[in-house]
Design a protein around this ligand. Structure first.
Ligand SMILES: Nc1ncnc2c1ncn2[C@@H]1O[C@H](COP(=O)(O)OP(=O)(O)OP(=O)(O)O)[C@@H](O)[C@H]1O
Ligand SMILES: [Mg+2]
Length: 269
């Protein structure tokens, strides 16, 4: 993959706790297994972060870069299978409120960051705060996770509504997590799709679903990726399908690198 085919994918949700971080971690492992070079931007303010899932404890994070104490390459932590993690959850609130001088510093810092990647995954955290919205709108595409709970759907609708109305986003990939069956997942997806079509004039895309698997929690506690420990599970097969589907259907606009993305997210263009 050349520089121009870098994929920049934000993973978000309206409601918290629907499985974004677990999905991002396992999707990263799947792509690493295909020999893709993967960077995860951990911008999640939730309780369980990518570093906890992977059992790595990064020494530094984006906050140190913002303070001018570290270079970006010094805060990038090494996860399993060659996956790299840019820990940003500490400092992500500050990110959207930087002074012009801090933005300039960060942007010149970014220009020196030249590690090559094929896939850049952003775990944005949940909700409609500025940082989530900026990350989603700066990415090439957004995957929105929902569950079959009604509140997860209405919160996802609110996120999609703001991203389309205020940021001009037109393409949304929907992944249903912890569904009992494909029917269950499709029923939930269709409700969201009907509302998006009727009230936002948007056609959203069904990416698939991931089943509930009680071993997900124990894999997190063991700090090993689920798909590594349970390669033959239904969850792993479906995750692989979703991963391949994402690879096979790139968005039209594949321009941009990591610098371009962060500048856009920081509004430092
Ligand atoms: N498919 C699944 N089957 C079973 N449990 C799951 C599944 N996906 C996620 N979980 C569990 O749900 C909980 C929340 O998952 P996770 O932390 O990935 O959600 P999140 O959307 O990142 O949350 P937050 O909004 O707080 O960042 C975790 O305990 C996780 O183990
Ligand atoms: Mg999370």
């Amino acid at each position: 993959m050349g520089i121009n085919s870098l994929r920049i994918i934000a993973v978000s949700s309206g409601k918290g706790g629907v499985g974004k971080t677990n999905f991002v971690a396992n999707l990263a492992l799947f792509y690493a297994g295909l020999n893709k070079r993967v960077l995860i931007l951990d911008a999640d303010l939730g309780l369980s972060n990518i570093d906890i899932l992977f059992g790595v404890s990064p020494k530094y994070n984006l906050k140190h870069v913002l303070r001018g104490e570290k270079k970006i390459k010094d805060v990038v932590a090494a996860g399993p299978s060659g996956i790299k993690i840019l820990p940003a959850s500490s400092g992500v609130r500050e990110l959207v409120n930087l002074t012009d001088e801090q933005k300039l510093n960060l942007v010149s810092e970014l220009d020196d960051f030249d590690m090559p990647f094929d896939i850049f995954l952003i775990d944005t955290g949940a909700g409609i705060s500025d940082n989530v919205l900026f990350f989603c709108s700066a990415a090439q595409e957004t995957i929105v996770l929902i569950t079959t709970e009604p509140t997860s759907m209405t919160d996802a609708y609110a996120l999609i509504k703001i991203l389309s109305r205020d940021f001009g986003e037109r393409h949304f990939n929907i992944l249903v997590n912890t569904a009992r069956s494909e029917n269950d997942a499709l029923n939930t997806f269709r409700k969201l799709a009907v509302a998006a079509d009727r009230f936002l004039n948007l056609s959203i895309n069904y990416l698939g679903y991931l089943p509930y698997d009680r071993h997900v929690k124990s894999a997190i506690i063991a700090q090993k990726g689920f798909i590594t420990i349970y390669p033959n599970s239904d969850f792993t097969k479906r995750l692989a399908n979703v991963g391949r589907k994402v690879l096979d259907s790139p968005p039209e606009n594949l321009k941009g690198n990591i610098q371009f993305f962060l500048r856009k997210a920081l509004r430092a263009e």
